[in-house]
Ligand binder design. Sequence first.
Ligand code: C2E
Ligand code: CA
Ligand code: CA
Length: 764
Amino acid sequence: MGFHKPPKKYGAALGRAKFKLNAGWLVLLAVCIIIISGLTIWNALHLQSAINRRTEAYVSDVSDQLCTDIDYRLSKVTKDLEMLGDSGGQPGLSDNEELLKSFLSRKAEILGFTSLIVLNSQGDVYETNPTGADLLALPGVQDSLAGKNGVSFLNEQSILYSIPLSTENYEEYSVLAGVRDKGNMQELIQAKSFGGSGLSCLIDLEGDMIISPTNSEPFLRLDDIFMKKSDDRVISHIYQMQQDMQAHQGGVFTFTAADGTELVLSYRPLMSFDWVLLTLVPANLISYDTDKYILQTYMIISGTVVFFALILAFLFRIYRNHYKELEYSAFIDHLTGGMNNAAFQLKCQEVFAQSPPGTYAVALLNIKNFKLINESFGSDEGNRTLEFIMRALESFSGPGEFAARAEADNYFFCMKENDPDTIRGRLRTIAETINDRIKIFDSEHETPFKLILRQGVYVVDDPSLEITIIQDRARTACWNRAAQEDNPCVFYNTEFTESMKREQELNDLFEDSLRKGEFQVYFQPKVWGKNGEIGGAEALVRWLHPQRGMISPGDFIPVLEKSGRICQLDFYVFEQTCKFLHGRLESGKRAFPVSVNLSRRHFKDPDALAKLQKIAEDNGVPTDLLELELTESIFFNDRGIEYVKKQIQEMHRIGFRCSLDDFGAGYSSLGLLMEFDVDVVKLDRRFFLDVGRKKARDVVTAITELAQKIGAKTVAEGIETQEQLDFVKEARCDMIQGYIYARPMPVSEFERWIDQRQSPGNTN
Ligand code: C2E
Ligand code: CA
Ligand code: CA
């Protein structure tokens, strides 16, 4: 086979999904997970900011404490100097230079100054330990000369504290100063620097460094610590800090340093001088331990969320598969793996709604005698064929076109065409391609089975119709009698609906008419060709409807065949025939075989022959007076040749005769005669339409000879003219039936006809 099979991806999964999952539960679960994780993160963030606030408060507290210490230290130094100044002013001490020297040296040692200095604005200087600096130039000294306490730096290492000394002699102040190593203050700052994890320093109001904990490196370079200048939050913090410092206020803020670490910066003004204590501490100072747990909490939460998300994803997958399986069962034809009818209908609705009338055509394709494939080649081969045709239709689908197997061997094909010739041509190509590529053989036949696709097409001129009606129209066209092998493609027209209505009407009338005896049995005689005597008759039914008049069998027989009611009618005709024969037997008249037409439908009922036998028995008619006419279609029975052979055997066993009706009208082959054991062959009237042609005569002669050889009698049907009569006699047909002798007649008329016929001298 030449068409690809789509992967049956859903097949194996079918039946696996036992979960009754639906999207609502999954969404609910997802929402729960999102809410729980959101709440937890919210909580953790709040915990974090609470800890940050704690850290800031703690840093502020410690800085305040440190400020107090520093202030105390500075005021102590100033106090020491003041006390010293007071005692230096005692009489005798200031006048006696030697005494003053030793006094100051001693005091310097006691109070921990590296040098004590007395100086005035004239440049008189006394130092216990020479500093070598230009003391008058120091800003603190200048402050003290002006009457204020001052502080200055000597080289990098020392701080010079100075106080004014008032003198009686001078308007100006002289100055008492003490030098201290900066290390004292550094130790103080260092000691309090949060166990080494924080840093403190003193700066002046301009932000210049006064004391840092170590000498070697400048401790603070704000530019280095603060991140980019563009960080608005940091800039506003710095701005706020500058404002606060000018206003002698303290503050604290947290920021991210240039290296990415979170830091807390506190700034506290000192009381003693215009200095500010800056303290810088890692933000996780307090949360250092808790951070670990917070991180762990985060990780546990993330793990849990991931775990649930995975479960959710897994469930979602199951759900999706489950959904696909449902979709598969709902919309996929399991046998072919293609679309099923439900999917086809949905798709049609979708495309028809978007297109103007006459854009699409819906075709129904049906495989003629598909059951024969199953019967003769096995159902596997049948399934293979169905699948193959589905693939073929799919591969012949153009853009916007699609096909589906609706049920059994019926396919719908939605084509984007409206021109009947194009549609017919495309469908023919599809049918030809299928026959070219699929080869269904069995061991007995050399030529492959020919697939005939019956085709019914409805050009969708009204897309607003219900899709089932659209499909029905294609179906009506497909099953319309106009579909023949040479014209397998029938287009729907409104007449079909009309004729369907008529059919429906006839079916509706039938039962009532049968009950009321509106069906009558007519008899048409069969006459022996050799002597012109009556050899039998055929029972032919007539429908005499009180309102509609005589309805022709040609109109109602096919309708009743379709609906299956024909069997009832056949039994009725058979019974009436039996009654007729019984009447003749009863009255001692000569009886002759009468044939009754049997619809192929009876062959679906295994008890049909038994029922006929019973009717004959009930009416006391010997079965050999009854002949059953079978049309060739019976011989292509769904159940196979063997079944028909058995049925014929059964007829013979019961005693019925069996005739092959309409031989030559359809596809009758001589093979049929060999295959089936029939008693009579009825040559169809079309053999005799052209008796002038030698070939036609030769064919008839050959058939009669063949029939004789297999022991069957021949009946020439539909003989109307003398020429035809002469010919059938010459061709040695055993019996003749036709208008030339008599039309089918009601019983009474037929009886009269027989009487007349049997009167001496009338043997034409
Ligand atoms: P059929 O079985 O081939 O019956 C012969 C038909 O040929 C009859 O048509 C008969 O009236 C017609 N006929 C006979 N001689 C001549 C002739 O010389 N010239 C022409 N032109 N026609 C001739 P009818 O009675 O209209 O029946 C038509 C068909 O209806 C029958 O064809 C048979 O297939 C079916 N039929 C009739 N009665 C019954 C019945 O009771 N049961 C079933 N199942 N089918 C029936
Ligand atoms: Ca017949
Ligand atoms: Ca016939």
